[in-house]
Design a protein around this ligand. Structure first.
Ligand code: NCD
Ligand code: ZN
Ligand code: ZN
Length: 349
């Protein structure tokens, strides 16, 4: 294999779960080594629902950061039906809350305190629209009657289209999209609309969950879909359309809690996240568009400057890590089915 080196402006991760305490300390270095900033998801137990909680969580992240790593956590507030719009707006004005996250109650890990009836948060969304605060959406319906593979597409029809019509100027990020319908919606939606795409949804389809047996480490929400959807995501990510940008959705769970009767949803991809994206762009012969997706389009949507530093990747044969230890037991790392041929060789300079 030819050795190829690629230097990029340092990227950001616009969707990551860093967790808390020992897990935070164990996983944070992976994210901070690659990404200059990250939108940190607020689905802790209990969730981060106030400016004060977000400020305290941000401080815990900064305290857990190994010396010498330069990384800025950007905080998202978890929307509930009783959220205080004044606190949200003050947190945003103070630079503590970058965005607010909508979890339909019951849709995913730690979403029970989320929103049951969207109309109940309309006053909050009105306020966010006014102050230019982005709304980040886990876009799946929770209706048990709806097939799990259809929940994203149904969410678009039932909730996203009406929400956009009610708030034409609201900044909306449709998080971790997994379907052709999601891609088409984001391409054509009016108003400031964007989507994050994960490395694993670019690399696996739903077969990966059933490869010679049940594969809990390939299970996340929204669940991976058919091949046609993966191809639509790859086309979108590598299209150069600034509405699509990087969000890993790295979501660590202890290995024994995924290999379980009721295994947790979430793929821990932080160790090799940027390498996975590079591999996808390389396979699509679009390495020239990786920097836009990874480092430019996210900041443009959020209205933030791009990072000044650079990061270097190398293409060569290598073994990716399988397990990552934490004091409570290992977490299993995402391994692309065909192997991984890229690695970050020089952290940001
Ligand atoms: C995430 C988690 O574990 O917090 N899990 C997942 O499957 N993606 C929650 C989420 O992003 O929906
Ligand atoms: Zn989610
Ligand atoms: Zn997530």
């Amino acid at each position: 294999m030819t050795t190829l080196s690629l230097t990029l402006r340092r990227p950001d991760d616009w969707h990551v779960h860093l967790r808390d305490q020992q897990m935070l300390a164990a996983v944070l270095p992976h994210t901070a080594r690659q990404f200059g900033r990250a939108i940190v998801m607020p689905n802790l137990k209990p969730p981060v629902t106030t400016t004060a909680q977000a400020a305290a969580y941000r401080q815990r992240i900064l305290d857990a950061l190994p010396a010498g790593l330069d990384f800025m956590p950007l905080m998202a507030c978890y929307l509930t039906e009783t959220i205080d719009p004044d606190d949200l707006a003050q947190g945003h004005a103070a630079g503590i809350l970058t965005a607010a996250k909508l979890y339909p109650a019951g849709a995913t890990t730690n979403s029970d305190a989320g929103v049951r009836d969207l109309v109940r948060i309309y006053p909050v969304l009105e306020r966010m629209q006014k102050i230019g605060m982005p709304l980040l959406i886990h876009g799946e319906v929770v209706d048990a009657e709806i097939d799990v593979f259809d929940r994203e597409a149904v969410f678009i029809e039932q909730h996203l289209i009406p929400l956009r019509a009610a708030f034409p100027a609201l900044k909306i990020v449709f998080e971790h999209i997994t379907t052709r319908e999601g891609v088409q919606y984001v391409e054509t939606a009016e108003g400031p609309t964007a989507a994050t795409i994960t490395p694993h949804h670019l690399m696996i389809n739903r077969n990966a969950m059933f490869e010679r047996g049940i594969r809990p480490h390939m299970y996340c929400l929204p669940v991976a879909k058919r091949e046609v959807h993966r191809l639509a995501l790859r086309a979108a990510a590598t299209s150069g359309n600034a509405r699509f940008f990087l969000g890993t959705d790295s979501a660590p769970h202890l290995r024994h809690l995924k290999e379980h009767d009721c295994g947790c949803a979430g793929v821990f991809n932080a160790p090799d996240a940027l390498a996975c994206y590079a591999q996808v762009f390389d396979e699509e012969q679009r390495l020239d568009r990786l920097e836009g997706f990874a480092s430019l389009f996210g900041p443009a949507f959020y209205g933030l400057p791009v990072n000044d530093d650079k990061i270097t990747l190398l293409k060569n044969a290598l073994e990716s890590a399988e397990n990552w230890p934490t004091p409570d037991g290992p977490v299993r790392c995402f391994e692309p089915p065909g192997g991984l041929h890229w690695q970050v060789v020089r952290d940001y300079v």
